[in-house]
Design a protein around this ligand. Structure first.
Ligand code: TYM
Length: 328
């Protein structure tokens, strides 16, 4: 059987955090060995909200650097910047012609962003169509993401089906790979909302490059309830449940075992143990990060873009052909 393809993307908006890592990036790294893997720094998605063009190049390189430090291996994975592969935007346009606006109106991420005061523009509105194009462009079968991208993936599957029904079987229908625990890492400042890059409160998230001291401080100050029992209950004890999930993913111990071990030890002891587990998990990433230099990253990304364009163009010719567009 042909090797299956995995695709995923990360926005270069800085502040890569524990949620990104435990929800998605850890799986990206794991899948490299058994899949044909394609990973992308999605800079076209990042410009759908206000940004500083001067700072943007730096942010893009920084995102690439973090992903390389996490363990993306350019010898195993196709790894590049989205804006250097114009076929993404071309396919997004084509898929856009098949996307009912009623479907886009239901996208919760779009509605949340607009509700938070982010100016509604066409790019922000059609963001999920570009995401579908990213995935379908390479005929991806599997998409490792956190829970917040579930709805976008559903829409991608729907678009792939619409396209195939109209023009013939071109795209596989991709599956989401969403982890069982830590699919939705919650904010340390408010465990009822998700940990996010854009929260103005820095204590709400652990960054994957935070020093051990900072990690420990943030975890110790994570919001919890006043009943000192450590047990898993997302509704009654969202803060402790969040920490249990994080610790379980970092250590490989089941939540039941962790509850058995820390159930009666009090929050102080438990939080120290969570901090130890997170610090140990992030240590190799911090150390790999310091070894990387910008020249090397630029070289890797140039090569990635070249390979990605070649591959994307091969697929995109088929799309032009079946849709009746002029070949390039
Ligand atoms: P982005 O850059 O916001 O986030 C990158 C990945 O991190 C996951 N994630 C989380 N997982 C668990 N808990 C959290 N608190 C948390 N916050 C974020 C996200 O689910 C994501 O997997 N739209 C995407 C980027 C994208 C993409 C794609 C992804 C563009 N094209 C094609 C997959 C396939 C996004 O905004 O990711």
């Amino acid at each position: 059987m042909e090797r299956q393809t995995v695709f995923s993307g990360l926005q270069p908006t800085g502040n890569v955090h524990l949620g990104n890592y435990l929800g998605a990036l850890r799986n990206w790294v794991k899948l490299q060995d058994s899949y044909d893997s394609v990973y992308c720094v999605v800079d076209l998605h990042a410009i759908t909200v206000d940004y500083d063009p001067q700072q943007f190049e730096q942010d893009r390189i920084e995102a690439a650097k973090v992903l390389l430090a996490v363990g993306i291996d350019p010898d195993k994975s196709l790894f590049y910047f989205q804006s250097q592969v114009p076929q993404h935007s071309e396919l997004a346009w084509i898929l856009g012609t098949m996307t009912p606006t009623g479907v886009l109106n239901r996208m919760t991420q779009y509605k949340d962003k607009v509700a938070r005061g982010i100016p509604a523009n066409l790019g922000l509105y059609s963001y999920p169509v570009l995401m579908a194009a990213d995935i379908l462009l390479y005929h991806a079968n599997l998409v490792p993401i956190g829970d917040d991208q579930r709805q976008h993936l559903e829409m991608t599957r729907d678009l792939a089906e619409r396209f195939n029904n109209r023009f013939g079987e071109v795209f596989p229908i991709p599956d989401a790979l969403i982890p069982e625990t830590t699919a939705r890492v919650m904010s340390f400042a408010d465990p009822t909302s998700k940990m996010s890059k854009s929260d103005p409160n820095e204590k709400s998230r652990v960054l994957i490059l935070d020093s051990p001291d900072v990690v420990r401080k943030k975890i110790k100050s994570a919001m919890t309830d006043s009943d000192p029992e450590v047990r898993f209950d997302r509704d009654e004890k969202p803060g402790i449940s969040n920490l249990l999930e994080i610790m379980s993913t970092c250590t490989g111990e089941s939540i039941d075992n962790l509850v058995a071990e820390y159930g009666g030890s009090g929050y102080g002891v438990f939080k120290e143990a969570v901090a130890d587990a997170v610090i140990a998990e992030l240590a190799p990433i911090r150390s790999a990060y310091t070894q990387l230099d910008d020249e090397e990253i630029a070289r890797i990304m140039r090569r990635g873009a070249l390979d990605a364009r070649t591959r994307a163009e091969g697929f995109q010719q088929t799309v032009r052909q079946v849709t009746g567009l002029a070949p390039v």
